[in-house]
Structures are given as structure tokens and as C-alpha cells.
Design a protein around this ligand. Structure first.
Ligand code: ARG
Length: 464
């Protein structure tokens, strides 16, 4: 008996003597989530059909019928008129069944030399390639927004922290550029991942290849794949590219989350370094005075969810023997949710970065507390000939004295300062200012305002 789509649509029904229960049907079906692959499924099928026709495996008339049918199906899906049936299990069988209804035998010939195993792997890769391109564009938008903010504040000074303790003054532009670096690496990782996504599994068929004289290179070319997967067993079972993508996505979210944490701290009234535009914040249902930074908080929270998807996919794959196993159907929901979460988050952040108001006075006031220029004083003494460790010691005494007097290093008189080292002269006061401190770190990667401006110029050129 030949396998064919039964009235109810199961592609293998002739083999079975009883139908599956409704529960099993629901349990094994994927149509309600994999229907989002529909446009890629159609694209893949059209390329496959064109190749079959070129190689004389199906007729040109069959190909023309398949094209006509697929065009109608694409229209029905776009218009929300396509009837997705649970009985037909997944996106592939739903579309194939409808195609056969529309064009008859040509529809039944489409699956020649193909399996759902290589078909679904192809669909996911096409979907992911498009998703990566969107994400790359959003990462660029976000970096451009951060570069604008950095440029407006290349001279604005705030305390830099280590261990959440005031460390040294830095410019706000420099601080923003740190995130530009992170999101730049993210873009590189996405571009790298795209190379391994952009390979064609079709032709692997169920697992071993096919007896038909197919031309995989032609299909790859039609679909814009740079490479053909080189081993049929690997082609149908590999999901490394999805794991790589989720790992890259988890890192993007980690960067977003770190930035979110800072935005939340900076917006706390106790700190007051920034304000975030009202459209990204919400109030409290009970406390009328509140303006909460919900967007960064939620982004920080959603990072956990993306990390979870990465672990889900790693765990999904770790025990699978070659080749395709139904387990693989579980790759989709984590992947789709990762794409949705990341895409939404980046879109909101690119927008929100333009809704950040910096409060330079509050930053400056904070930088004046906590002896942020202590290292500058030590460096000053080194330049006057004192070994660094001795300079460190002398400044530690000065800081301790300031602590007792509740004043800053720059508030001490020259006479008072000289008590800690006779090498200290009048020129020390230029070193103890915040401006002098940041301007002195004048090398590639340093916080000096002119270095910040140069780094912005370089980053903009890269993004052009
Ligand atoms: N819905 C399936 C999936 O997502 C398609 C492949 C099914 N292949 C099979 N041999 N049952 O993985």
C-alpha cells in the first residue's frame, strides 16, 4: 500500500489499525506554534519543487501548479483565512494537504525526495536567518542611540565604581561606550552564528539522502544558503545553530540586564543620576509619589527566561542519538520565545536610550565624595619620584585625615597636604580636580573626553 494523505490527513494512516487518542494528537502536534514557520515552509517547498522540475523529477506543469497553489495558500495565511488543523499535526502537513486540495496530484508529488526532517530543519534555518538580520539591525540602532548619548555627555563626570565603592571619576560618555563595546561584540557573535545557520539541510531527506537525482546546490542558491550541510545524518539532527543563537541571545540579554541594573540604581531618588522618560515607567496603585523604572526591571527579569531557553535546548540535545528524533520538535518554543524576547527588548532599549535624561550636577556631586581622585594624587607623587607603594601609603594617610575632617582631598590646604609628602606642590590642585583626573587618562580606551570623542568617531565609522 502506498502512503498517502488519508481523508483526515494523516500521512501514514495506511500503516495503522487504530487512530491516536485526542490527547496523543494534542501532545504530538506542533501546528499551533510551528505555523509561524509557514512563509519559510512555502519558500523552501518552492525551491525544492523548482529543483525537482529542473532535474525532470516532476514536470514543469507540476511545478507551475505547485507555484499557483502556494501563492494562494500564502494569501490565505496572510489574510488569516487559512484553516489550521490539529489533525494535520504540523505546519508542513497542513500546507501540503491544502496544496493537494488546490492543485491535485502535483501537490502529492511535492514531497518527492524530501522528508519533514530535512524540511523542518530548513524552515528553522530560514526563520533564524531572518531573525538574526532583524536583531543585527536592532543592535545597530541601540548602539547609535548610545553613541548619541555618549556624545552629548563626553565631558559629563560621574564617579566610576568598583565593588560599588567610589573608585575614580569617569565620563558618562565613556560609561556609555562600555555598553557600545558589549553590544558590538554581540553583533559580531550574531554575524558569526549566521554563517552556521545559513546552510542547507534539504536533500538529507529522512536521514540517509535520497535515491532521486537531486541538485542540492541549486536549492541552496535559490534559498540564499551559503553552504550545503555536508552529512545527511547531521543535517537532519543538528540544532547547534539554535543553541549558538540562544547563547548569543543570552549574552545580549546579560548586557541589557547589567545596563538595566545601572539604570534602576541611577534612577533611584537616593542616587538621582538620571531620569527615564515617563513612557517607559509606571506608577504605583497605592503610592502616588512613585515612578518606577519598569522597563529596565522587566528586561533584567526576562534575561532569566532567555537563559532558561538556552539550558532547555542544551538539555534537549544532549541525549539524542542520530539522527532525527521527535524530541527536536521541542526546539521551537524556546527558540521563538528567545527571538521574541530579544527583539522586543532591543527595540524598547534603542528607544529608551533616547529617553534618558542625564543629571550632570548630581553625578558631579557624587564624584566629589569618596576621594575619587586619590589615585591621581598617588600618580602625582610617583611622577615626582616617589615609588608607587610609598605614594599609595602617603595618600592613604591623607584620605584618613580627610575622613576625620569630613572633607575632600582637594579641600586640604597645601600646608596640610605637605604633611603627607614634602613632594607636594601648588600644582597638585590641578591633579585633584575631577576634570584634571579624567583628562589625564588620555590614551586609547581611557576616559578622557577627547578619547571618548575619538572612540565615538571610530564606532560611528564602523556602523556607517
Ligand atoms: N513537526 C516536526 C518537528 O518539528 C516535523 C518533523 C517531523 N518528522 C517526523 N519524522 N516525525 O520536528
Amino acid at each position: 500500500m502506498t502512503a498517502q494523505l488519508s481523508k483526515k490527513g494523516e500521512a501514514w494512516s495506511a500503516r495503522f489499525s487504530e487512530p491516536v487518542s485526542d490527547l496523543v494528537k494534542r501532545y504530538t502536534a506542533s501546528v499551533f506554534f510551528d505555523k509561524r514557520l509557514a512563509q519559510f515552509d512555502i519558500q523552501g517547498s518552492l525551491a525544492h519543487a523548482e529543483m525537482l522540475a529542473t532535474r525532470g523529477i516532476i514536470s514543469q506543469q507540476d511545478f507551475a501548479d505547485i507555484q499557483r497553489g502556494m501563492q494562494q495558500i500564502a494569501g490565505e495565511i496572510d489574510a488569516g483565512q487559512f484553516e489550521w488543523l490539529l489533525d494535520l499535526e504540523d505546519v508542513h502537513l497542513n500546507i501540503e494537504k491544502r496544496l493537494t486540495e488546490l492543485v491535485g496530484d502535483a501537490g502529492k508529488r511535492l514531497h518527492t525526495g524530501r522528508s519533514r526532517n530535512d524540511q523542518v530543519a530548513t524552515d528553522i534555518r530560514l526563520y533564524m536567518r531572518a531573525a538574526i538580520d532583524d536583531i543585527a539591525a536592532l543592535l545597530r540602532e541601540l548602539r547609535l542611540a548610545l553613541l548619541d548619548l555618549a556624545e552629548q555627555h563626553s565631558d559629563t563626570i560621574l564617579p566610576g565604581f568598583t565593588h560599588m565603592q567610589v573608585a575614580q571619576p569617569v565620563t558618562f560618555g565613556h560609561h556609555m561606550l562600555a555598553y557600545v563595546e558589549m553590544f558590538g561584540r554581540d553583533a559580531e557573535r550574531m554575524a558569526d552564528c549566521r554563517k552556521r545557520v545559513n546552510r542547507l539541510p534539504l536533500g538529507a531527506a529522512a536521514l540517509a539522502g535520497t535515491t532521486f537525482p537531486i541538485d542540492r546546490e541549486q536549492v541552496a542558491k535559490l534559498l540564499g544558503f551559503e553552504e550545503v550541510c555536508r552529512n545527511s545524518l547531521d543535517a537532519v539532527s543538528d540544532r547547534d545553530f539554535a543553541i549558538e543563537f540562544c547563547a548569543a541571545a543570552a549574552l545580549v540579554m546579560t548586557h541589557v540586564s547589567r545596563m538595566s541594573e545601572e539604570l534602576v540604581i541611577w534612577m533611584s531618588p537616593r542616587v538621582g543620576f538620571i531620569d527615564i522618560a515617563d513612557r517607559f515607567c509606571t506608577g504605583s496603585s497605592i503610592m502616588p509619589q512613585k515612578k518606577n523604572p519598569d522597563v529596565p526591571e522587566l528586561a533584567r527579569g526576562k534575561t532569566g527566561r532567555v537563559n532558561g531557553h538556552l539550558i532547555a535546548l542544551l538539555t534537549l540535545m544532549k541525549g539524542q542519538p542520530l539522527a532525527y528524533n521527535k524530541d527536536n520538535q521541542e526546539d521551537k518554543e524556546p527558540l521563538f520565545d528567545t527571538v521574541d524576547t530579544l527583539t522586543d527588548t532591543l527595540r524598547i532599549f534603542a528607544d529608551m536610550a533616547r529617553g534618558i535624561t542625564v543629571k550632570p550636577e548630581a553625578m558631579r556631586a557624587a564624584a566629589l565624595q569618596g576621594y575619587a581622585t586619590a589615585t591621581d594624587l598617588a600618580d602625582y607623587l610617583v611622577k615626582k619620584g616617589l615609588p608607587f607603594r610609598d605614594a599609595h601609603e602617603a595618600v592613604a594617610h591623607a584620605v584618613r585625615a580627610c575622613d576625620g575632617k569630613q572633607c575632600d582631598l582637594s579641600d586640604l590646604s597645601l600646608v596640610e597636604l605637605k604633611a603627607f609628602s614634602p613632594l607636594i606642590e601648588q600644582d597638585v590642585f590641578a591633579v585633584l580636580t575631577l576634570e584634571g583626573s579624567v583628562a589625564a587618562r588620555d590614551h586609547i580606551g581611557g576616559t578622557a573626553p577627547n578619547q571618548v570623542r575619538e572612540a565615538i568617531r571610530r564606532a560611528r565609522a564602523q556602523l556607517a
